[in-house]
Ligand binder design. Sequence first.
Ligand code: BGC
Length: 441
Amino acid sequence: MRAQRRRHVLAVLAAATALVVGSTATGEARPEPPAQVALLGADFLWGVAASGYQSEGHAPDSNWSRYVAEGKTADTYGDSIDFFARYRSDIELAARLGVHVYRIGVEWARVQPRPGEWDEDGLRFYDNVIAAITAAGMRPMLTLDHWVYPGWEVDRGGWRNPGIVEDWLANARTIVDRYAAADPLWVTFNEPTFYVVNELRKGGISPADVPAMHERIAQAHNAIYDHIHAVQPGALVTSNVAYIPTGEDVVNKPLIDKIRGRLDYIGIDYYYGLSPESLLAGPPDFEKLWTQPLQPEGIYYALEHYARQFPGKPLYIVENGMPTENGAPRADGYTRADNLRDTVYWLQRAKADGMNLIGYNYWSLTDNYEWGSYTPRFGLYTVDVLTDPTLTRKPTDAVPAYTAITQAGGVSPTYRPTRAPQPCSFVDAAASCLDPVTVPR
Ligand code: BGC
C-alpha cells in the first residue's frame, strides 16, 4: 500500500512538473484528426498472450507455488484453467480468431526440476505446444521468464543470489537452442519492474536488494540476447515494459537504459489511464484491477512515448486488455468488445501517424490466475475456475469483435470510438494534457 501511495504521489508530481515545464511532445500542435483511418495491413501481427504459470495448472515447485502454499494469495491455485491438458483446444480457439501470434511462457520450474537436471516430459510438453501453435498457422512468442523460477532457486536465495544469472542463463540457453528453429518472437523478462515489485511484496527481497535485481536482470537479458542472435539470425527480442502513465522516465527507464542496445522491438503492455479526475479520486487499488480507469486513447500516447525514445524501432503491444470483476458488467458500462474496437482504432491512428507499430496481443485468450486471485477477468473467453469443474471456455462479446478485426486488418476506416478521448489526461504528461489527441466531430 505504501508503495502504491508513493507511486501515486510520484505520478502527481511528475504530471504537475510536466505541466509547468510545458509540452514535451512534438513541439507543434497536432493536425486535425483524419476523417478516415487506414487499416493495419496484411503484415500486422495480431496475437493473444498468456503466461505459463497463470494458465497451465499442474504447477511444479516454484517461487509462486510457495507463495500460494504460504497463504500469501487470496485464492489457491488449483490447476488454473488447465492449459496443460487443454492446450490443443485453446490453440484451436486462438486460430479461429484469425490471430497470427500466440504468446506463451516456458516455465523454468517445469523443465529444470533440480539443478543441472532436465525433465524430458516438461520439455516435451512445450515441444507439443509449440508444434501445435505452428501447425495452426501461428508464430509462437516465447517468454523466458514471466516472474516464476524453480523452488531450488528460491532455496539458493532467488534474486538475492548473484549465481541466479548463470542458473537463469543455463535454462534460457537450453530453451533457445531447442526452439529457435520454430522462429519465435522472444520476450526475455516479462515486465521487469513488476517482477521486482512482486518479489518485494511476496518474495524474499528487500528494497536494498532492488538495484542488484535490476543489474542481474539486465545482465541475463543482454547475455541471452546475444545467444539468441547467434542461433537465430534475424530474431526479434524484447523485454516488455508495463507502461506507467507519466511515470516511465522514473520507473522503467533506469532498467531500459541498461538493455537499450539489445532490444529489437519495444514491447509495451498498456492497460490503464490516468486523468486529473482519477488522480483526485485517490491512489489506485491494485487489488481491485477492475476499478482502474480505462482510457483506450492512452495506448496512442504510450506508443508515441516509445516512438520518441526509440525513433524508427518496431513497436509491439505485447499485452493489452480489460479486467472485469468475476466477469460481471463493469461499473463504467464498458464492454470487452467496445473496449477492444476503441483500442484498435487508436492503434490505427498511431500507425497512420508514422509510428512503426508491428503487432498487438490481447491479454488474454482465456481468464487465468491473476497472480493470487481468480476474480480479475481478462479473457476473450471466460472460465469460472472456482465454480465450474469442467473449466468450460465461454466466449465473451469480444470473440466475434476480435475475429472481425483480424479479418479486416482493423476497425472500419470510418469507425468512431464509443468512448471519447479525455480532453486532458496524464497518460504521457504533458503531451496528453496540453496537446491531446482528438477524434473527428
Ligand atoms: C502481466 C500479466 C497480468 C496482466 C494483467 C501484466 O502486468 O504481465 O501477467 O496478468 O498484466 O494484470
